[in-house]
Design a protein around this ligand. Structure first.
Ligand SMILES: [Zn+2]
Length: 175
């Protein structure tokens, strides 16, 4: 497909804005969910560059993207490019993972918008252990959750299912 037909044929009609503490992959996953397409399909129809190869944690640990592509996304979403640049994944954080740490309370209780769960960028830091808000040890989900989920809402459902199974198993062990 020629680059022209893939890129910038129009703006996204509606795009969720990124939260300041959000990870880039989380934002892209939320945009994909808004249009009910996979992150890969969203990339394909939106920008001209090839999508980077994703690691074991799929689109949540989204590789750092070029300034050109970042500008294309900013234009499509009517955002200041600095806003997207700020939430990009630092290259030093890109390594294959088996598990992704997160705080469930922070995940589902977004102070900025209670109806919009989002994945915090700080959880992608390979050295993170504690929630900076709740000061509790972070929980984890298998990184594969993001590899097999096509967008953010699907990942949210998979995370909730995984967590329920874990809580059920823990209750069983205590009996
Ligand atoms: Zn927290």
């Amino acid at each position: 497909m020629p680059a022209e037909s893939r890129s910038n044929s129009g703006l996204w009609p509606v795009a969720p804005r990124p939260f300041y503490e959000e990870a880039f992959g989380s934002w892209l996953g939320r945009v994909a969910a808004r249009y009910q397409v996979s992150v890969g399909a969203l990339w394909e129809i939106s920008v001209s560059e090839e999508m980077p190869v994703l690691g074991s944690a799929g689109w949540i640990l989204f590789p750092t993207i070029s300034p050109f592509t970042l500008q294309q996304f900013a234009t499509l979403a009517r955002l200041d490019v600095a806003r997207l640049s700020h939430i990009q994944t630092p290259p030093a954080w890109l390594a294959d993972r088996r598990c992704m740490p997160y705080c469930f309370r922070c995940f589902v209780l977004n102070d900025a918008d209670v109806s919009a769960p989002r994945w915090k960028r700080e959880w992608l830091d390979p050295t993170v252990e504690f929630c900076s808000v709740h000061h509790k040890l972070l929980e984890t989900v298998p990184a594969s959750v993001f590899r097999v989920s096509k967008h953010f809402d699907a990942a949210h459902r998979a995370i909730s299912r995984y967590r329920e199974r874990r809580l059920f198993a823990d209750t069983g062990r205590r009996r």
